[in-house]
Design a protein. Structure first.
Lengths: 252, 639
């Protein structure tokens, strides 16, 4: 099979970008989408052109580095998988495929398809942790946790921090990302002492980093490669409300 | 040079206590006067940065990723070992220690492994307290599974994403310290040289991958936690960007590289399908708990649909050869067995390089729902890649490069032979010997970062005194920066005709063919001619497009491949000189009549640590004898 690619090319953050059209050589349908881009880049390099910059690393859907909007959809056509797990068999011979970077104000484009997502780290640094000093932990089995809660916490913890939820949201909200961490820690007994302080701080950090408000349209859930549920946003909202009623962080 | 392991004297079980008592301490007021550079934020780097920050040191953490959360520890699937004995099935610190030493084919340092087993229990406590959502039983207590090379269930897990959850735990601890100001995080920064002042590691030169800016950073000590060098094989289960540059450039500054030939080929990966392939995907070893490995008994059956091959025509070769460990035989043995049956022409799949991993029995015994609960995400990954449903047809798997046991040489304090340079996790060599057992990499990374280094680094720091580090204006920093700029310019100036990736593929091919699962003198000598020739061609004929002053992924890869072209040669050299079979290093000349590895304790019960001598000069092979005070070196048997 062969496809045509309409790819966003942008020299750096300040320069204006544009779409450029590329034709691929003959492809194997079992190639991954990123392997297809590797092949195109090899060709560009040999022609003396600069290859397309794109982010990737583990190529098995867990590191959260890859980040392409394929035909208007973050992470491409399939639900519950990342770009790196998208294979060419999902496309037809002769297709024109449009490839863009995440588009969201808190994620400036660095070059071509690469953006920076440090804004997500800022949210985590505001409270996405349980304060426990190394060596100070009690025996792991001294605090039983019901299997249901542990499983639900794991569902939330599966977030890979790729930012597709932000890229899909019309307001560029990072609610699903933030809610996943707030829920994971809020579901566990270890996370209780900082529960309300955490949610307030993380939501504040999200606002400060320039992410928009959540109107619960669910577009984030639809593109999440780990199928993180919208229910976690409800959990965050509930915790945030309780935290607001309780007043300042000192009561948290 | 004499390699001093600095193992404390006394009974094995008391060595770590003794070391901690004898270590010098740094008082709290002085801690903030010390700056420590940590390169890497995988399990070892993140846990070390967070813990050192928490102790009061000033830490600078560098990663080439866009966030510290992306290191490749995140991809570890199956689990983490700990001697908790929550199952009451006979486990103990001593048994974990013994299994690990035996699994490593008696080529690890006894005292280090014992310490690892001791702190393993603290790791689980630490991670549970951080909110790592480990799998639990209905009673609310932690669940365990079994892993290769052990007959007890001591592996803790979080579905098939244990590495991810442990790394996010360490990352969250790191986030806390970044927020408190004790750790400064530099993302998108790649370390390109180590700076030595008067023979001590006192800083690094890094390149900002977004702007191309090269900068100098000084510190009282430098910690490398930059992972393994398995991508020297090009096709591996490593992340595409994993590389050896940090440890290799430290090697070229004088740090000894120990046992480079100890590479782990993991038995359960998805087979190669074409030469466009960029990486291989691991199917967790935990699958071997419930999956049975087989190939057809007769070559003629290989083309048939697996479900049409009757039970009596199948060869469950691991269960046949190793009845007591069966499908849970250690990785090196399982991998070699898969290669053997494929070499006999009994391999399956298009390429003939594959064996079946079959869940039909487990699905019948446990029901599909239970199998889905245990391994659902792995079956999903398999489906995405192969478009096959493993609940209905057996998976096809084949061994692939997965881990490197070798790495920079370190003493008991995890300090290399360069004073002030510490090396943690997969980047060092010390704990896994010639073969690592499953679920032990996560254990070692976190042990080194949370519990070992924070207790040993003070020994060095106290000896140099606070506030004595040289500034970045020192001549040594200029020299190192010039070296880095020189490499970059040389790469960009070479307007050749071949891409970086084409060299990487060729190198990987040479190594896989000549220094893979089976090695012999003829092949290794051939590789030792091919690799330098390829390296020479690389510098004459590589084509690196783009500029140095902005994001240039071709340039990043070119630098890493240039280093791999040197690492590969050392790997083969070490494999050639180690004329014995042990663990993952199988020399075909050294085997028993039944095909099992034949170790040579008389001549090779030592660590081989290579010291760089300059370009195109043969490095010097130093030896650290492995003294076993507690266990007796025996022939490893899993029969």
């Amino acid at each position: 099979m062969k496809v045509k690619l309409k790819v966003w090319r942008q020299k750096d953050t300040r320069s204006a970008g544009e779409f450029r059209l590329y034709e691929t050589p003959d492809l194997n349908v079992n190639m991954s989408f990123l392997e297809m881009l590797d092949v195109v880049n090899e060709q560009l390099t040999l022609k003396g052109e600069e290859p397309i910059a794109f982010d990737h690393d583990c190529r098995e859907g867990i590191c959260g580095t890859c980040s392409l909007v394929i035909n208007g959809k973050p992470h491409g056509p399939h639900r519950g998988v990342a770009t790196c797990q998208t294979y060419m068999r999902s496309f037809q011979d002769g297709d024109i495929i449009i490839v863009e970077p995440w588009r969201a104000r808190p994620f400036p484009v660095v070059k071509d398809l690469v953006v920076t997502r440090q804004a997500l780290d800022k949210i985590m640094q505001a409270g996405g942790y349980i304060s426990v000093r190394t060596g100070a932990a009690p025996d792991a089995n001294s605090i039983p946790i019901s299997k249901e809660n542990a499983d639900l916490a794991m569902d939330a913890a599966a977030c890979i921090g790729c930012g597709a939820c932000v890229a899909a949201c019309k307001n560029a909200s990072a609610m699903l990302f933030t809610a996943a961490k707030v829920s994971q820690l809020g579901l566990l007994p270890q996370g209780q002492p900082e529960r309300y302080r955490r949610v307030k701080r993380m939501v504040e950090a999200m606002d400060e980093a320039g992410f928009g408000a959540c109107t619960v349209t669910g577009s984030c859930e639809a593109v999440c490669p780990k199928n993180i549920s919208l229910d976690f946003i409800a959990r965050l909202n509930r915790d945030y409300l309780v935290a607001s009623l309780k007043g300042g962080a000192k009561h948290g | 040079m004499k390699l001093e392991s600095k193992i404390p004297s006394g009974p094995l079980a008391q060595k770590w206590d003794k070391a901690r008592f004898q270590n010098k301490l740094v008082n709290p007021a002085n801690k903030r006067k010390y700056e420590i550079i940590v390169v890497g934020a995988g399990l070892a780097g993140a846990s070390a940065s967070a813990t050192l920050g928490e102790l009061g040191y000033k830490v600078k953490n560098f990663v080439y990723h866009d966030s510290p959360r992306r290191a490749h520890s995140i991809a570890a699937q199956g689990g983490i070992n700990a001697a908790k004995n929550y199952q009451n099935d006979g486990d103990s610190v001593y048994r974990l220690f013994y299994d690990t030493v035996k699994g490593g084919d008696f080529r690890a340092r006894e005292a280090n492994v014992y310490r690892l087993a001791q702190v393993s229990v603290n790791i689980i406590d630490q991670c549970a307290a951080q909110g790592v959502p480990f799998a639990r039983e209905y009673g609310g207590l932690l669940d365990n599974r079994s892993f290769g090379g052990a007959q007890v269930s001591r592996t803790f897990y979080a579905r098939g994403q244990t590495g991810q959850q442990l790394l996010l735990g360490a990352y969250s601890a790191l986030c806390k310290e970044i927020a408190s100001g004790s750790v400064q995080s530099f993302t998108h920064h790649e370390m390109l040289d180590l700076v030595l002042v008067d023979g001590h590691a006192k800083g690094v030169i890094v390149r900002n991958l977004l702007t191309g800016a090269i900068s100098r950073h000084c510190a009282d000590a430098v910690v490398l936690a930059t992972g393994g060098y398995g991508n020297v094989f090009n096709l591996s289960t490593y992340a595409r960007n994993s590389n050896a540059t940090a440890i290799w450039r430290a090697y070229k500054r004088g740090a000894c590289f120990a046992n480079p030939c100890y590479t782990q080929i993991h038995p359960t990966c998805i087979p190669v399908t074409g030469d466009y392939q960029s990486k291989l995907t691991l199917m967790s070893e935990s699958l071997r708990n419930d999956g049975r490995i087989w190939v057809p008994k007769k070559k003629e059956d290989c083309g048939k649909h697996p479900n049409d091959i009757p039970e009596e025509a199948r060869d469950y070769y691991l269960e046949r050869k190793y009845p007591s460990f069966g499908n849970l035989a250690p990785r090196d043995i399982s991998s070699r067995s898969a290669k053997e049956v494929c070499d006999e022409g009994r391999g399956v799949g298009e390429s003939g390089r594959g064996v079946y991993l079959d869940f039909a029995d487990s699905i019948q015994r446990l029901g599909e729902a239970k199998v889905r609960e245990r391994y659902g995400n792995l079956f999903d990954i398999y489906h995405e890649i192969t478009n096959e449903n493993a609940y209905q047809v057996p998976m096809r798997i084949y061994p692939a490069v997965h881990y490197t046991m070798g790495g920079l040489w370190v003493d008991y304090d995890l300090m290399s032979n360069i004073p002030g340079l510490f090396v943690l996790g997969e980047a060092n060599f010390s704990d896994h010997g010639a073969n690592r057992l499953g679920a032990s990499a996560l254990m070692q990374g976190l042990a080194d970062g949370y519990f070992v280094l924070p207790n040993t680094i003070c020994n060095y720091l106290a000896s140099v005194g606070p506030g004595k580090r040289p500034g970045v204006e020192h001549e040594a920093f200029k020299e190192a920066e010039d070296n880095v700029r020189g490499i970059t310019q040389r790469l960009l100036a070479s307007q050749g005709k071949r891409t970086v990736d084409s060299f990487h593929k060729e190198l990987g091919h040479i190594l896989w063919e000549h220094c893979g699962m089976g090695r012999n003198e003829t092949d290794l000598k051939k590789a030792l001619q091919l690799i330098p020739a390829l390296r020479e061609e690389f510098w004459k004929n590589v084509k690196v497009p783009g500029e140095e002053d902005n994001l240039n992924q071709s340039l990043e890869r070119a630098g890493r491949v240039a280093d791999f072209l040197e690492v590969g040669e050392l790997l083969c050299l070490d494999a050639l000189e180690r004329a014995e079979s042990c663990g993952g290093h199988f020399r075909e000349e050294h085997q028993y009549p039944d095909g099992e590895a034949r170790r040579d304790d008389e001549n090779f019960a030592h660590v081989a640590a290579w010291e760089y001598q300059g370009r195109d000069k043969k490095p010097v092979r130093h030896v650290e004898p492995l003294v076993y005070e507690e266990v007796k070196m025996t022939t490893r048997s899993y029969k």
